[in-house]
Write a protein that binds this ligand. Sequence first.
Ligand SMILES: Cc1cc2nc3c(=O)[nH]c(=O)nc-3n(C[C@H](O)[C@H](O)[C@H](O)COP(=O)(O)OP(=O)(O)OC[C@H]3O[C@@H](n4cnc5c(N)ncnc54)[C@H](O)[C@@H]3O)c2cc1C
Length: 331
Amino acid sequence: MSERYDCIIIGAGPAGLGAALYTSRDRLRTLVLEKLYPGGQISTTDRIENYPGFERIDGPGLIERMQKQAVTFGAEIKTSSEVTALKKLQDGNIEVSCDKNKYISRAVILSPGSDYRKLGVPGEDEFRSAGAGVSYCGTCDAPFFKGKQVVAVGGGNTAMEETLHLAKFAEKVTLIHRRDEFRAARILQEELLAKANEPNSNLIIKYSTVATAIEGEGKVQSVRLKNVKTGEEEKYPCDGVFIFIGMVPNTGFLKGFVELTENGFVKCDCAYLRTNVPGVFVAGDCRVGAAMQLATAVADGVTAAMMLKQYFRDPNWWNEAVSDALQPGVW
Ligand SMILES: Cc1cc2nc3c(=O)[nH]c(=O)nc-3n(C[C@H](O)[C@H](O)[C@H](O)COP(=O)(O)OP(=O)(O)OC[C@H]3O[C@@H](n4cnc5c(N)ncnc54)[C@H](O)[C@@H]3O)c2cc1C
């Protein structure tokens, strides 16, 4: 017999642990299934400066607190438990399958997160640890490069926004893009070009250029650049490399179960975080429209956990439009 829960949460990152705190504190029988160990992406950094309430905290330290808090209220966390499939049963419950075990739950919160798309060049993994110089998040790490020289890689909306953000801190930012024009929204391109064209601008753009290696002794000291049109190569000195070439959501196991976007993000209504499958919510970096931040991932977990109670109260609510009738005061 499969064990039964009120709520199964898939992924013990910030979104999953945020949700688990709320569901377990509401006395709902909660199981968190985590393929590795609790923490998610944030556990790989030792300095967070933008999580409200903590001037500076390390990822593992914050996760330890989140995990302890959820477990104290009764959440059960199973590590080394990769979810491989989900099935909606005729009675409305959801069956969740891991390698060896199956569980049944009244509701599910999907929070398997995303991974940054990698360049796949030598040095990228070596310098990925905090402080070594490779980063995928300007919003998170730009202040650590105050007065330094950095190379940014990308040509989409995020690359434009994050490069402009970097230029507020770094002494010099060089944005490289493999094509001879950007694919970002026109307005963002214009903003970026206006900044690059300012007299004595600290922003340089190199088109038709790719990075072929990231090099240094213990930390990033240069990046090898190649012009894809001329084949010319150069060793370009810098203190950091910011890679803005997209995110890959960890949603392969959800194909055919919930609706995904073309890029694999889980589709949902962004107010209540309902997917197209009744009883299945989504939270954090794996959902369409996610801000890809720690605070927003936690907030998503909390929202999904709150809305889940409404689903238990009235399953037909699933198909109702977003409405201001639904406020905690009237629950
Ligand atoms: C190096 C680094 C530094 C960062 N710094 C900051 C910062 O300073 N400030 C900030 O706001 N944000 C920062 N971020 C971004 C932040 O970490 C993410 O936005 C946040 O972790 C997203 O949380 P999540 O719970 O949605 O997903 P994740 O953190 O990705 O967690 C998802 C969890 O689900 C598990 N999982 C995946 N698939 C399955 C499956 N099939 N079955 C079971 N479990 C599964 C994963 O193992 C993982 O533990 C940083 C990210 C990185 C990588």
